[in-house]
Design a protein around this ligand. Structure first.
Ligand code: PLP
Length: 474
């Protein structure tokens, strides 16, 4: 049964038009649309000067459309805010788990950011990008931090070969690294120690506890033993501490508390003759997926964290460490939208109308995994009033494959272009071939030009890794 709220005509598209006009002044993470979004004379959504309908015609559907200006703006806002508000050295590194590919890595690198990688694959992608950009091995080593709670021996060896900083997560890894390091007399492995700081964040609330139920990092009570062990191994160049407390966080206090806790621990390391000069506070700043979401701006977040770290340092008379932040979502999340083509419609009288699109949980697993919410528009009907409440279904064989429930839209037709906003983070990177759907293409848009940055998979790609043993052929 439709509620009165759902039945009434809503001016959703008008509201979105207003958003587009206003958002030029916003931090990218506070914008529902990419910063260059416009409604053109054909009543159609344009991003980076490219009409969404034309893009879909040219590159196919579904399509990830990545706005270069928004991504660059977010990178710059982080870097410039640290320069303005933190009086020590700082580094912003891109959490490439949000979306790792050559084009994004190269944009991020050209903006002066480093990289957080969590697997051999992410490391390889980053390496290839930086090599193609002509970076020296020394520059590459300085730019990469390798995370993960169960790095394989091969991954650790690759990290040592690259000489990037390894963020050590647990005893098994620490001891394995010591074994590898001590095989060569002069080896010096740059490391950070990851800890579970006792600050737990859920999206809109947080708790501080002595013990944290997390698979990542050393617990605080282990730190003395860890520091002692590291100080006894000549192969380690221990540079500092790392912690990450969660993702899509709107509150500022947890990260500020984290800064304070970590400065105290940097200081504690001195009693083991460890001079720790790096403090990595992880990522986690949230983005605006829905109209009512209200994350702090990048500037505000950086300012708060910088102040708390400097204040804690001042109170311990500890020199300002190199402050590292590793955002993912707030860099790339708002820079991308996904365009789909509308197909079938199913009306269940008095209950619900489903509109199906040509993608779903395989290109965006966040709704089915986390119940994540998104805003959407019909790109070719931007100024038409919303007259019905519908549920957007994906095309997968799963009843739960619903992209968005009960959203208000103008009257649509098959062939219309439905655009979901804020799909830059953890969409392509978590995409699958479920039901053997080829993964969509991604295009980078800027000043009216669109460049393919990830090709659409073909059916041949889907069977490329299959192997049919001879005996099954008869
Ligand atoms: N650093 C670490 C260790 C993470 O696990 C994550 C994401 O989970 C990030 C950084 C990036 O977080 P976000 O994308 O929320 O900024």
């Amino acid at each position: 049964m439709l509620s009165t709220e759902q039945k009434k005509t809503h001016s959703g598209q008008d509201y979105l038009e207003k958003e587009i006009l206003e958002q030029g002044e916003r931090s990218p993470n506070q914008s529902l649309f990419p910063l260059t979004a416009k409604i053109n004379n054909h009543n159609c959504l344009e991003i980076g000067g490219c009409d969404l309908r034309t893009l879909i015609k040219q590159f196919g559907s579904p399509l990830y459309v990545l706005d270069e200006a928004t991504l660059r703006s977010a990178c710059r806002q982080y870097r410039e805010a640290f320069k303005r508000h933190y009086q020590g050295p700082s580094q912003v590194i891109y959490a490439s788990k949000a979306w790792s590919c050559l084009a994004i890595a190269s944009i991020v690198a050209s903006e002066g950011l480093g990289f957080d990688v969590v697997s051999g694959g992410e490391l390889y992608t980053t390496l290839k990008t930086l090599e193609k950009m002509g970076r020296t091995s020394e520059q590459i080593a300085q730019q990469i931090y390798f995370h993960g709670n169960n790095k394989s021996l091969a991954e650790l060896k690759l990290a040592i070969e690259v000489n990037c900083t390894i963020v050590v997560d647990n005893w098994f890894e620490l001891e394995t690294l010591a074994q590898l390091g001590n095989q060569t007399a002069s080896m010096s492995i740059p490391i950070l120690v990851r800890l579970a700081p006792g600050i737990e964040c859920h999206t809109h609330e947080y708790i501080r506890t002595g013990h944290l139920d997390s698979k990542f990092g050393f617990d605080l009570y282990q730190l003395d033993t860890v520091f002692k062990y590291i100080s006894q191994q000549s192969c380690f160049d221990c540079r500092g501490l790392h912690a990450h407390i969660g993702s899509q966080i709107f509150e500022e206090q947890p990260h500020q508390d984290l800064g304070e806790v970590m400065v105290e621990l940097l200081q504690k390391a001195q009693s083991y003759e460890l001079v720790l000069q790096e403090l990595n506070i992880g990522g986690g700043l949230g983005i605006r997926y829905m109209k009512d979401d209200n994350p702090p701006s990048i500037e505000q977040w950086v300012k708060g964290v910088s102040r708390s770290v400097m204040k804690a340092c001042d109170s311990y008379q500890f020199p300002y460490p190199k402050l590292i932040a590793e955002p993912g979502r707030s860099l790339v999340g708002s820079a991308c939208v996904t365009g789909y083509t509308i197909g079938s419609r199913k009306e269940i009288p008095q209950l619900r109308t489903y509109i199906a699109v040509d993608g779903g949980m395989s290109d965006n697993p966040r709704p089915i995994t986390y119940k994540s919410l998104y805003c959407l528009v019909i790109a070719n009907r931007m100024l038409e009033p919303c007259t019905e409440t519908v549920t957007i279904a994906g095309k997968h064989c799963e009843s739960g494959d619903i992209l968005i429930k009960n959203t208000q839209l103008p009257q649509t037709q098959p062939g219309d272009i439905l655009v979901v906003m804020g799909t830059g983070a953890y969409n392509y990177s978590m995409a699958s071939n479920y039901n053997r759907l080829p993964r969509p293409a991604a295009v980078l848009v800027k000043d009216g030009e669109a460049n393919l940055v990830i090709k659409r998979e073909t059916y041949d790609d889907l069977i490329r890794q299959d192997h049919l043993p001879e005996r099954l052929l008869s």
